[in-house]
Design a protein around this ligand. Structure first.
Ligand code: PAF
Length: 301
């Protein structure tokens, strides 16, 4: 696995690739969710590039940048074992050299609701860094997790709006055996908090079960999830949402698709999770036909 540290090195590496390149952007502290992105990339492209950059721009004042887990040696070992071809490891100065003055902003409702309501500068940081990383990677396909649902929708829109020449591929959430969605932040949970946190995925299961049983009222789906969360005192709920994929506006009635999502603090740890309702089956399989995705998840329209 080649280590690329500067933009010039990464560009030279990219120019030398003849086949299709897949790209996975990460902030390190890798787990099986990240490796699922890489596995999908390896199945669908000829060469896979992973970036590790803990992006300060997407953390607001008082958020957990300082506490964000870091273990570069372990990350590199995992990537090597999982078959990454190259890893881009820019420093802060490489990404944001003195005089860096540019921001990329997706405007509109997608970046005003849910996570954005609690973290007003977060998506500006994400879209700025991802734009730069995509410029460097010039990847045919870029893999992002469905666990960060709002991020995935915002980045899909970014790629579409700016005609960035890559296809965004959504990759399903990886969960622990007890249902908890894998996240680098889970490491901060003590055993009692860890157990309590499973209420989040149980709450989403409850909402999805109601949807599968034919319930289409947004309030009823939100209430089904909320009731499970209410029984767990260690969970401090920030939102329970049942929203439209294209705007993330709360739905009175669900049509074909919806995103049911939850954000909560468990102690000082911020957890998010979601279920995508009404998406076609088979999405998680390598070479899945992305044409069957709803428009909000298509970067090629
Ligand atoms: O999802 C993440 O880990 C980050 O938000 C990303 C996409 C790597 C940008 O820093």
């Amino acid at each position: 696995m080649l280590r690329l540290e500067t933009i010039a090195e990464a560009r030279r590496w990219r120019r030398a690739q003849s086949g299709r390149v897949g790209f996975v952007a990460t902030m390190g502290a890798l787990h099986d969710g990240h490796l699922a992105l890489l596995r999908r990339s390896r199945a669908e492209t000829d060469t896979s590039l992973v970036s590790i950059f803990l992006n300060p721009l997407q953390f607001g004042p008082g958020e957990d940048l300082d506490r964000y887990p870091r273990d570069l040696d372990a990350d590199l070992r995992l990537l090597e074992e999982a078959g990454a071809d190259a890893v881009f490891l820019p420093t802060r100065d490489v990404m944001y050299p003195p005089g860096f003055d540019t921001a990329v902003l997706v405007e509109g409702p997608l970046t005003q609701r849910l996570e954005a309501a609690h973290r007003p500068t977060h998506f500006r940081g994400v879209t700025t860094v991802v734009t730069k990383l995509l410029q460097v990677a010039q990847a045919d396909r870029s893999y992002f997790g469905m666990k960060d649902a709002q991020q995935l929708l915002v980045l899909t829109k970014l790629v579409r709006d700016l005609a960035i020449p890559t296809t965004v591929v959504p990759v399903p959430t990886v969960r622990a055996a007890d249902g908890l969605a894998l996240s680098s932040r889970n490491i901060h949970l003590d055993p009692v908090q860890r157990r309590a946190s499973t209420a989040i995925s149980r709450a989403l299961d409850a909402a999805e079960a109601r949807f599968d049983a034919g319930e289409r009222r947004g309030d009823c789906l939100r209430d089904a999830a909320g009731a499970v969360l209410a029984a767990e005192p260690l969970i401090d709920v920030q939102y329970v949402s049942c929203a439209a994929l294209d705007t993330l506006e709360e739905l009175d009635r669900v049509g074909e698709t919806a995103l049911v999502s939850i954000a909560a603090m468990v102690g000082v740890t911020h957890l998010i999770d979601n279920h995508w309702l009404g998406l076609p089956a088979g999405l998680g399989a390598p070479h899945a036909d992305l044409g069957i995705l709803p428009p909000a998840l298509r970067s090629d329209l």
